[in-house]
Design a protein around this ligand. Structure first.
Ligand code: NDP
Length: 489
């Protein structure tokens, strides 16, 4: 299946005539081509967007909302097609794409279709000085949205929907590793009545196509989700042009488990928060920290549960763990297996970094899919929070495990990384909950739950996990510029 760019509501081939291969990770085979777009394609998309902005920016809120809601309905109607496409492109279980990814994509459009009708501006009356200030919020113009491969349509629409709802025109690039659902979205937005040029989707590599969006002097803001080092590069390119930047970056999230928690609920959720989407969710709890008194019991029960997870073809209804996204990503994850194997705890008790692989650490051969990129869900006991496996984002089906002595120790371990995206806390002690939620260095803290999302809440990280917040009115504020008008009468 060949994918095209979507510019001015038309399907376009790349101006260079260059293409990239699109691989199905479940079978390790090329199944189509995608445009290897460059700066000239981005320029073409930008010109279409600029031309459309004049009318889209003054379209009534009701009309914009109506189109957003229609897009949401059409995504729902295409659930099966989109879920199958997402699973094929990414390797994730079809059941997960059907239950999470695609419904969330339609929720994103529905949510911002409603939110824009409730987005109010502020007035400040300066009493005694016959003065009134009112603040307008204007769309920015043409904005760039760049998204990663782990939750392809889910994260792509999480950026595009608020940008469009707020009256901007968009040049967007999905990850070249998972372009298929973004391509299918083009047809959906056209059917929903989105005018030509309002949303333009260009496919290609980050370093060329993505970079051209970030470096384009006419593109006023960049909303980016991806890795921390890419985020730093984007900031360095965009900052001298004073572009608005929203950066949702990597995480190394702690899952902190106290002995007084609701054990069964914690165990079920921890299996999920460790390995959902093959561990390729920025919010996965990849560092499991367990109170000493519960540690041995947790370790035995958790490893047993992880070994029971069913690894298999994404389209099989029983599959819980599918393929990781690409051969390159599989190889990267395997370097962490090698690091653990080369520094085993028993031979190396005095070494700073010593690892004990409790389960997994290998490729999984799936019958009939021998060339697919399957890895076993892996649990590795570590002896230090400062080892490579606890400090670097692996972004795969790998979690580490270590005990903590007390609350202060738990907090020190939890906060001891460059990242600060999310944290999960398992306890039934209210005072401890209040103390720790106050001190945890994370943009999102879940207590006795995980990935429990309300789209009105601020979403984003602290430290090297990003800058800015998505979600709710935060996103609409990002995609608009305030203008204050002061009148003395
Ligand atoms: P990358 O940073 O490699 O890429 C993200 C996107 O940016 C892709 O579309 C990529 O294109 C593009 N890109 C790469 N280089 C540039 C550049 N120089 N200029 C502009 N765009 C560029 O991340 P991954 O796709 O590997 O995604 C995984 C990462 O995303 C993890 O670190 C994960 O934590 C993070 N993430 C963060 C989330 C959050 O909300 N904080 C949510 C989900 C993921 P291409 O694919 O062609 O390289």
């Amino acid at each position: 299946m060949d994918i095209k760019n979507f510019i001015d509501n038309q399907e376009c081939i790349p101006l260079s005539g260059l293409w990239l291969e699109n691989v199905n990770p479940a079978i390790g085979q090329v199944y189509g081509e995608i445009p290897n777009s460059g700066a000239d394609d981005v320029e073409k998309a930008y010109q279409a967007a600029v031309a459309a902005f004049e009318s889209w920016s003054v379209t009534t809120v009701e009309q914009r909302s109506k189109i957003m809601l229609k897009i949401a309905d059409l995504i729902d109607e295409s659930l099966e097609e989109l879920a199958a496409a997402e699973s094929k492109d990414n390797g994730k279980p079809l059941s997960l794409a059907r239950r999470i990814d695609i419904p969330r994509a339609s929720s994103n459009f529905r949510f911002f279709g409603h939110a824009i009708t409730q987005f109010a501006t502020k007035t400040h009356e300066t009493t005694g000085k016959n003065t009134i200030n009112y603040t307008l919020r204007k769309p920015l113009g043409v904005v760039g949205c760049i998204s990663p491969w782990n939750l392809p349509l889910y994260l792509f629409t999480w950026k595009i929907a608020p940008a469009l709802a707020a009256g901007n025109c968009v040049v967007a690039k999905p990850s070249e590793v998972t372009p298929l659902t973004a391509y299918l979205l083009g047809d959906i937005v056209k059917k929903a009545g989105l005018p030509p040029g309002v949303l333009n989707i260009v496919h290609g590599l980050g370093g060329s196509c993505g970079q051209a969006i970030v470096a384009h002097p006419g593109i006023k803001a960049i909303s980016f989700t991806g890795g921390t080092s890419t985020g730093a590069h984007i900031a360095a390119t965009a900052a001298p042009m004073f572009k608005k930047l929203s950066l949702e970056l990597g995480g190394k999230n702690p899952n902190i488990i106290f002995a007084d928690c609701d054990y069964d609920k914690m165990m079920d959720t921890t299996v999920r928060s460790s390995f959902a989407n093959q561990g390729q969710i920025c919010l996965c709890g990849s560092r499991i920290l367990v109170e000493q008194s519960l540690y041995e019991k947790f370790k035995a029960d958790f490893v047993k549960r992880v070994q029971e997870l069913r690894i298999g073809p994404p389209d099989h209804p029983d599959t819980q763990v599918g393929a990781v996204v690409s051969a390159a990503h599989r190889d990267k994850i395997e370097t962490y297996f090698a690091e653990a194997k080369n520094n085993p705890a028993h031979d190396n008790a005095s070494s700073v970094d010593a690892y004990n692989i409790l389960c997994g650490g290998k490729r999984q051969v799936v019958q009939g899919h021998e060339n697919g990129f399957y890895l076993q869900p892996t649990v590795i006991e570590v002896n230090s929070n400062y080892c490579r496996l606890n400090q670097e984002e692996i972004f795969g089906p790998v979690v580490t495990l270590m005990p903590f002595k007390n609350e202060a120790h738990a907090l020190e371990l939890a906060n001891g990384t460059q990242y600060g995206l999310s944290a999960s806390l398992w306890t039934n002690d209210l005072s401890r909950t209040m103390r720790l939620t106050d001190k945890l260095e994370a943009g999102i803290v879940w207590v006795n739950t995980w990935l429990n999302r309300d789209l009105r809440t601020p979403f984003g990280g602290v430290k090297n996990s990003g800058v800015g917040r998505e979600g709710g009115f935060n996103a609409l504020e990002f995609f608009t510029e305030p203008k204050n008008v002061c009148i003395e009468y």
